[in-house]
Design a protein around this ligand. Structure first.
Ligand code: HEM
Length: 179
């Protein structure tokens, strides 16, 4: 809804497996309904919007790079000595290098809820991780405290789920969790 490229920093390959699966092959899911204030977001200039995240709207490239998957240069400064990727930029604060290597796997769905009288837009934020307390919660606490995006976003619902692994004949769904 904010016009950004999404999913760039998601772990892939072995990093995906390490991030997502519990020892028994299950996972956990966090769902958050995040209202987004499009009216005030649209009042920003393009460069203010890009500064809030630390990435370009056109390609998703970091403000310190040219292609979507370029590594972020978190030390780079502009001619005036300002950090190019701001201290409170979402891409900096959520990056695994700033979070003791903690990662999550995100999926997002836009939603619009229009009652006729009111209209709400936002993101259904979905996050998979092996361990909610060890991975998701410390990351969330860090973003809660300082994320530039907080000015335009409000979380209005959240839920957590245990997702059990698949099962074989002779065993039952959820057995490793509840058996
Ligand atoms: C409306 C709310 C949000 C918006 C618009 C948003 C947007 C973005 C964007 C544009 C990126 C950069 C591209 C990418 O890597 O996907 C990003 C990265 C990321 N976001 Fe969010 N985000 C939101 C909420 C959250 C929340 C609630 C969390 C976790 C608690 C989170 C965690 C992350 C992580 C872990 C990354 C990747 C960091 C890395 O590169 O390692 N985001 N987000």
């Amino acid at each position: 809804m904010f016009g950004q490229v999404d999913g760039t920093g998601n772990p892939t390959g072995p990093d995906f497996d390490d991030t997502v699966w519990t020892e028994d092959g299950g996972t956990t899911l966090v769902v958050r309904r995040i209202r987004m204030n499009l009216d005030t977001w649209d009042q920003l200039t393009r460069s203010e919007q890009e500064r809030a995240v630390g990435r370009k709207l056109s390609t998703g490239a970091p403000l310190t790079g040219t292609a979507e998957h370029d590594e972020l240069d978190l030390e780079a400064r502009d001619a005036g000595g300002r950090l190019v990727i701001a201290q409170n930029a979402h891409a900096r604060l959520s990056h695994h290098s700033e979070n003791d290597g903690r990662r999550i796997f995100r999926k997002g769905l836009n939603y619009v809820h229009d009652t006729g009288a009111t209209r709400e837009s936002g993101l259904l934020f979905l996050s998979h991780q092996a361990d909610i307390s060890g991975q998701f919660l410390p990351l969330l606490a860090r973003l809660d405290a300082a994320d530039a995006l907080n000015e335009w976003t409000t979380t209005i619902g959240s839920a957590v789920f245990a997702v059990p692994p698949g099962f074989q004949p002779g065993t039952w769904l959820g057995q490793t969790l509840l058996g």
